[in-house]
Design a protein around this ligand. Structure first.
Ligand SMILES: Cc1ncc(COP(=O)(O)O)c(C=O)c1O
Length: 367
C-alpha cells in the first residue's frame, strides 16, 4: 500500500478510510504527512535530468520559484532541513568559532553534534523563557573582543517558528533589532525557518517581512507544506554556489531529484494556503487540553501548529501519557520527562482532533 499511486487519485489515508480502516491520529510531527494525490501525479509526470550536472529541469524550477518567493538571488534544494542548516553553519563560520542559538533549538538538540563534527564549531545555547532570541539575550553571549582567549562568535541562528518552544513565532520587530546589531558587528545570522510559512500565516504578514535581512534562510517543504522530502536553502548567488559544493560533500547530490522537486513545487505553491486550518486545530487541541487534570498550558499562547503541554502537576510523566495514548491510536511525542508535543498537519482534520482530545482526557483523567 505504502507509496502506491491510487488509480482513483486518492491519498493512502483516504483509501484506507474508504475501506473502513482507521489510521492512527498521528500528532507526532508535521513530517508524517503523506503526499497528496496532486503531488503524486506531479511526481509521476516530472521531467527529470541529472541534478549534479544542473540538468534537472524540475529541480531548477523549484529553486527558481523559492528564490523568487524569498526575493533572493538563488536557492538550493537539499534533502533535509538538517543538511540545509549544517551547510549554512559550515559556510558562515571558521573552525574554532562559536555559534549562538536558543537553548531549545533544533540545531542544538537534534542535529547530532554535526556543527562540531563537520564545521569544527561549538554552540553557545542561550536559555530563554519564550524561545524568542532577542538582541538583549544575544548581546552578552557574543565573543568578539578577545582574540587570544575566547572562541569568536561566527554566527547566530534564529529558529522561527520555534519548534520545542511550542511553535512560537518570532515577530519581525524582534529579529529586526537583532539583525541590525549583528550587521553592525559583522556577525552573520542564519534563519532556521523550517516552519517560516507557519510564522507568516500566524502573523498575517508577507513572508519576506520575516526573512529579509538574514544572511541565509533554510525552510522545509516536508513539514506543514506537506511534501514527502526536501528543504531549501536560500541566499546570495555566491553563497548558494558554495552551498552546492558542500551539499555534494555531504552526499546530497541527488541526481534525478526532479521526482521529489515536483512534489516540492506543489507544496510550495499550495501548502501555505491551508496552514491556518492547522493553526485552528492546534488551538482547538490546546483549549481542550487546558481543561484537563494535571495539564499546564496557556492555550492563548498557541500561535501555530504545535502544542507543547506541561505535565509537572500531573500524576503521570510524559512517556507514560504517550504510551497510553498510543494504545488508543493517538500518537504524540514526549520532549522530556514533563512535556508532550502535539503537531497538527494536513492529514489530521477537526474530527481527528476531537478523537485525540477524547483519548487525551481518558488517559490524563483515568476514565
Ligand atoms: C526547527 C527545525 N529545524 C530543522 C529541522 C530539520 O529538518 P529535517 O528533519 O528535514 O532534517 C526540523 C525538523 O523537525 C525542525 O523542526
Amino acid at each position: 500500500m505504502r507509496g502506491r499511486f491510487s488509480p482513483k487519485g486518492m491519498t493512502e489515508v483516504e483509501e484506507m478510510e474508504t475501506r473502513g480502516v482507521r489510521s492512527a491520529v498521528d500528532l507526532r510531527s508535521d513530517t508524517v504527512t503523506r503526499p497528496s494525490a496532486e503531488m503524486r501525479r506531479a511526481m509521476m509526470s516530472a521531467e527529470v535530468g541529472d541534478d549534479v550536472y544542473g540538468e534537472d529541469p524540475t529541480v531548477n524550477r523549484l529553486e527558481q520559484r523559492a528564490a523568487e518567493i524569498f526575493q533572493r538571488p538563488a536557492a538550493l534544494f537539499v534533502p533535509s532541513g538538517t543538511m540545509g542548516n549544517q551547510i549554512a553553519v559550515r559556510l558562515h563560520t571558521e573552525p574554532g568559532q562559536e555559534v549562538v542559538c536558543e537553548a531549545r533549538t533544533h540545531l542544538f538538540n537534534l542535529e547530532m553534534g554535526m556543527a562540531a563534527a563537520f564545521s569544527g564549531v561549538q554552540l553557545r545555547p542561550i536559555a530563554t523563557a519564550t524561545g524568542r532570541l532577542t538582541w538583549g539575550a544575544v548581546e552578552p553571549a557574543l565573543r568578539l573582543a578577545d582574540p587570544y582567549n575566547t572562541a569568536r562568535t561566527g554566527l547566530v541562528v534564529v529558529e522561527n517558528t520555534h519548534n520545542w518552544a511550542g511553535g512560537v513565532v518570532v515577530p519581525p520587530a524582534v529579529t529586526r533589532d537583532l539583525l541590525r546589531e549583528l550587521k553592525q558587528r559583522g556577525v552573520p545570522c542564519h534563519l532556521d525557518g523550517a516552519r517560516i510559512f507557519n510564522a507568516a500565516v500566524a502573523l498575517g504578514l508577507p513572508l519576506i517581512e520575516l526573512t529579509a535581512g538574514f544572511d541565509s534562510v533554510m525552510f522545509c517543504l516536508s513539514k506543514g507544506l506537506g511534501a514527502p522530502v526536501g528543504s531549501m536553502l536560500v541566499g546570495e548567488q555566491d553563497f548558494i554556489h558554495r552551498a552546492r559544493v558542500v551539499r555534494k560533500m555531504l552526499g546530497g547530490g541527488m541526481r534525478q531529484a526532479g521526482i521529489l522537486a515536483a512534489a516540492g513545487l506543489v507544496a510550495l505553491e499550495k501548502g501555505p494556503q491551508r496552514l491556518a486550518e492547522d493553526h485552528d486545530n492546534a488551538r482547538y487541541l490546546a483549549q481542550g487540553l487546558a481543561t484537563m487534570a494535571g495539564v499546564s498550558l496557556d492555550a492563548a499562547a498557541v500561535e501555530t501548529n504545535i502544542v507543547v503541554f506541561d505535565l509537572t502537576q500531573s500524576e503521570f510523566d510524559a512517556a507514560h501519557v504517550v504510551a497510553k495514548l498510543a494504545e488508543r491510536n493517538v500518537l504524540a511525542n514526549a520532549l522530556d520527562r514533563h512535556h508532550v508535543r502535539l503537531v497538527t498537519h494536513c492529514d489530521v482534520d477537526r474530527t481527528r482532533c476531537e478523537e485525540a482530545l477524547f483519548a487525551l482526557r481518558a488517559v490524563l483523567e483515568r476514565e
